[in-house]
Design a protein around this ligand. Sequence first.
Ligand code: AMP
Ligand code: ZN
Length: 467
Amino acid sequence: MKRELKLYNTRTRSLDVFQPLHGKKVGLYTCGPTVYDTAHLGNLRSYIFSDILKRTLTMNGFQVKHVMNVTDVGHLTSDADTGEDKLQRAAKAEHQTAWDIAKKYETQFWHDIKELNILPPDIIVKATDRIPDQIALIQILEKKGFTYTTSDGVYFDTAKFPSYGALSRQKREDKVAGARVEVNQEKRHPADFAVWKFSPTDTKRDMEWQSPWGKGFPGWHIECSAISMKELGDQFDIHTGGIDHIPVHHENEIAQSEAATGKSPFVNFWLHGEFLVIPGKRMGKSEGNVITLADVIAKGVHPLAFRYLCLQTHYRQKMNFNWESLQAAQIGLEKIWHQIDEHQVHPKIGCAEFEQRFAAAVNHDLDTPRAVAIMHQLLKSEYPWSAKLQSLSVFDRVLALGLSSVDPGRLHTAVREVPAGVAQLLEQREQARQKKQWTLADTFRREIEASGYVIKDTDTGPVLHKK
Ligand code: AMP
Ligand code: ZN
């Protein structure tokens, strides 16, 4: 039976058989984090999705070159090219420079990525490390007549790019309504977007560069076009991101890239991950409902339990997050780890039938819920453990849940418990709060702090952090 990998392509709106442009080599680009704050579980879900994709490609014998940018400049608070630079705003709030903010949150991000068994990209590029490439790309666009200059920056003229909106199947005219709130009077059309922004005259930015148009900084979208094309060529295989990127960021990347090179399509397969929601609302900083991996660990949950939970929902489905299902995932995963630990035999020939079914599941648009179900069927099957262990290690090349090598240490560190005394104080504080005994609740809080922990109250209850 011929093995086919089918992926849902946002560009064609269909499940397409994946074929690389060049032999067995696959160019994969993932929009990376904006490093102005700690990544939240929603962000991390989207990187678990791209990791599953990359591992599935590798399982199919493709040689993947995975590139990711790190947005450390130019991402404004509004998609309409107005508002503050997110990094600059965080710098002000934390009394640090934008450079310090970027460094701090990027370090945290890679730490979380490692904890979640997400393979690091082959090439990681900070936007600020590629300013000359971005300027060169804007110069090409300018020379070809795709840009115009206003008092606050250089803009891409979407009227000059007839297929603008094709990815999101949106007409340019429909963009008018969405952009009504923050209109930039000098833009010729609401869909036009900044490729270069001028530094303000009244305040000094931490990050700014000289350019042929004046001192300033790149617009957010241009970095992804400049970085991806330099590393993967004018046209490449797969580009990933969250669904929020479809109507603006990715539409703009396509416009810039195809306008500059004259080649279409810029990207063959566009894949987008759905949101993680809590309760009913997208998790996001602006929603004020953020939970981080540090919060998860502080609750005594292993980071891989979060990965396991994510795999139980298909990447194109909304994922409802709640602590109960995360705890259930933790219990389920620990049970599997214990089973593996109890059956230490030499892995021998695996179960071909299960391995085939597993490959068919992930090759069907990364159907991880089905793949996980097949893993459970294998565990319950009559096959000897020598065969089960072998097949589990094959599955784990994609799932990466720590199933292939049993690390006895993990079994003991899996539950990173808060000391019993502190947990009790937390419970007493909760009870006091429920009875509206605020002074008493405060006393418990101080005792908790004296034990080296701080309490953060979240939508879904209090979580403890080590000081
Ligand atoms: P950012 O750091 O804001 O640039 O976002 C990094 C990635 O996380 C992007 O691909 C977003 O689309 C994605 N993302 C943001 N919020 C969520 C969410 N609630 N669920 C899933 N992915 C998200
Ligand atoms: Zn991007």
